[in-house]
Design a protein around this ligand. Structure first.
Ligand SMILES: [Cu+2]
Length: 315
């Protein structure tokens, strides 16, 4: 026991000495498990590495989506819960060097392709997928993409996901990794589709679990079903307006004031404001208008005067 402590102390002393040596080079002293900064130009600054490290403590690994490239690099994928559910899911990617464990700053993830095999129809279809971009200001070592699943895994069908990765001199492909898409809790509907002309569009509500009582930013994406069903559904080029009418169906369908319709932003997302006056189930009735202001979906088509196109969110 005593021997062990002495050994540990000398080890710490050794490491400390090693660290102090680095001071001459001006290397910052930030301890991140498994990360060394010595002369690794591909890695981030110590500050960036710390940001990455802190960020990945807030998400969970999706083990099915890990990829090893040429025995030199590892891609690790994360989502908020380490699994997926129907509707909008963010996926985060981090690349590391196998040998040092260091993050790699510049890498690319592309061609994220989810596919669902529908057993009865013996057919495959994809779903709505967003572009992969840098996670946040300055943090190049985390890439973020999103997938909005139109259906959950079931006896009727199962999902796989593929993607391509480029890390420095390495290239790799994750080929059809099996994933599970969980159904949302009962009564929750965060993804809806509508038809305009011959086209089918998907409305993905972004992270309603973040909502609080009062005014919230409400974000969504509108994706267009691809002519070839196995091609991931990209954001629609058409510009719409999404008018919202939030009601509480369990409380006489009362509404809330000061809601703002979702309009298309520069980044391709739709954003508006939703005012939730209390917690509980909110049915957000939707009216979709085209660029000329014509109603293309929803409206007051229900008997009670509300739109049959809606998201259901309990918060
Ligand atoms: Cu399906």
């Amino acid at each position: 026991m005593r021997k062990l402590s002495i050994l540990s102390i000398s080890l710490v002393a050794l490491l400390t000495t090693a660290c102090n040596d680095n001071d001459d080079n001006g290397a910052p002293e930030i301890e991140i498990p498994g990360i060394t900064f010595d002369g690794d130009i591909d890695c981030c600054s110590a500050e960036e590495a710390l940001q990455v490290y802190k960020f990945i403590q807030t998400v969970h690994i999706v083990p099915e989506l890990s990829l090893s490239i040429d025995g030199k690099y590892d891609i690790t994928a994360y989502s908020s819960a380490g699994e997926f559910h129907t509707g909008y899911n963010e996926i985060f990617f981090v690349a590391t060097k196998k040998l040092s464990g260091n993050y790699v700053k510049n890498f690319d993830i592309s061609n994220i392709t989810p596919l669902m095999y529908m057993i009865k129809m013996d057919k495959e279809h994809s779903t709505a997928v967003g572009a992969v971009e840098n996670f946040d200001n300055g943090i190049l070592a985390v890439k973020r993409g999103w997938v909005s699943f139109v259906m959950s895994s079931s006896d009727g069908g199962s999902w796989t996901l593929s993607y391509d990765a480029t890390v420095l001199d390495g290239r790799g492909t994750l080929e059809r990794a099996g994933i599970t898409v969980n159904a949302l809790p009962n009564g929750q509907t965060w993804l809806k589709s509508f038809k305009a002309g011959d086209d089918t569009y998907y409305l993905s509500l972004v992270n309603p679990t973040d909502w609080v009582t009062g005014t919230n930013a409400i974000r969504a994406y509108i994706s267009k079903k691809s002519a070839q069903m196995t091609t991931p559904y990209a954001l629609a080029n058409e510009v719409f307006t999404v008018e919202i009418d939030p009601r509480m169906p369990d409380m006489g369908n009362h509404s809330s004031p000061n809601n703002v319709a979702l309009t298309r932003q520069d980044d391709g997302s739709y954003q508006g404001e939703i005012n939730l006056t209390m917690s509980g189930l909110w049915r957000i009735h939707l009216t979709i208008k085209d660029a000329s202001g014509n109603i293309v979906a929803g409206g007051d088509d229900l008997d009670d005067g509300f739109s049959s196109l809606y998201w259901d969110v309990t918060y």
